[in-house]
Design a protein. Structure first.
Length: 196
């Protein structure tokens, strides 16, 4: 998969795919929320997923919902509860604390969290550069990947083999401690900028 299924030019890539694992067919779908401000057209993720659900007959359907707002992610989860196996939110990089299995057997989390640079970075970027942008909004800045630590975030899901409903979900979070380099890092913002 390399493009969201509801991207206007989805025919240029694949936004949903079916794989077979042992005796189960699993559909994996990537959708983009309408609140993500990018320079291309995104069709309504609710309508797109509704069409997929109507045509699908897989055992499991896992949705990666790459969206900006928590309300849009939560609304999608409530609307499709019991129709898909999991809605896993992504995009904001920070893991949320609302992982749950619904009474209808669907896994939901607002944000899985990122894999990449860890503590001391700002959503994976070198903190000094992002701080410059917040303190001096008109200044040009270079977004560089932080070299501090690392983090791995994921969700482990368990489904009933007979009903295909989720019975358990656990967060996996591995954080690399890089305290020595964190203490050496320069988080100061260049002094030559005037306060706006």
């Amino acid at each position: 998969m390399n493009l969201p299924e509801n991207f206007q030019y989805a025919d240029l890539g694949v936004g949903t795919n079916v794989i077979k694992v042992k005796n189960k067919t699993i559909r994996i779908t990537n959708l983009l929320g309408e609140g993500v401000k990018l320079n291309f057209k995104v069709t309504n993720p609710f309508y797109c997923l509704e069409d997929l659900v109507k045509m699908s007959n897989q055992d499991l359907h896992i949705v990666d919902f790459h969206a900006e707002t928590t309300s849009e992610k939560n609304a999608l989860a409530i609307y499709f509860d019991g129709q898909v196996s999991a809605i896993l939110g992504t995009h904001t990089h920070v893991p949320s604390a609302d992982l749950r299995v619904s009474p209808k057997g669907m896994v939901y989390v607002t944000d899985v969290g990122m894999c990449g640079p860890g503590f001391g970075s700002i959503i994976g970027a070198k903190a000094q550069n992002v701080l410059t942008k917040f303190l001096h909004p008109t200044a040009r800045f270079k977004l560089e990947v932080s070299k501090l630590g690392a983090q791995f975030n994921a969700i482990l899901m368990e489904f009933d083999d007979k009903t295909n409903k989720a019975v358990n979900a656990k967060r996996i979070q591995i954080l690399e401690d890089d305290e020595i380099n964190y203490l050496k890092e320069d988080f100061s913002v260049p002094a030559d900028f005037e306060r706006n």
